[in-house]
Write a new protein. Structure first.
Length: 137
């Protein structure tokens, strides 16, 4: 598996990951295109066998989105992406929001030093809450 910067050529893979990981609230191509137009430094892909299987996007000290195709989960893809993002971010404090029911994601973040900081009961919409997590290093 390699971790590398995203390119416009990865569009099809990126949107497949978004739909697979976030069927109810996937980001649109326009959101990602704006990142790439700005240089794309905060959008990284994980590729295996020539195909993109995961991605991570951050803005400042916030991890905005992490997605790994279901077929690639349990293979360390999320770990590699998160470590790469934290390294590239170069910050002492990072934060993110996650659905409390996303058990695999919660385990990933806890494993990398994120701790629960607060809860927003309507973060994803009425009655759909998010756990806000922070990592200090």
């Amino acid at each position: 598996m390699t971790v590398r910067a995203f390119t416009y050529a990865d569009r099809r893979h990126l949107m497949r990951i978004e739909r697979a990981c976030f069927p109810k609230d996937a980001w649109k191509w326009e959101d990602y295109k704006a990142l790439l137009d700005d240089g794309g430094e905060s959008l990284v892909a994980a590729a295996a066998s020539g195909s993109v299987v995961g991605c991570i996007w951050w803005k400042g000290c916030e991890i905005v989105s992490v997605g790994v195709l279901p077929s690639a989960r349990g293979q360390g893809v999320g770990d590699r992406l998160l470590l790469e993002a934290l390294l590239r971010m170069g910050v002492l404090r990072a934060e993110l929001d996650v659905r409390p029911g996303a058990v695999s994601a919660l385990r990933l973040y806890l494993r990398h030093g994120f701790v629960p900081a607060s809860y927003d009961p309507d973060y994803y919409g009425r009655g759909e809450g998010a756990l806000h997590m922070i990592r200090y290093r």
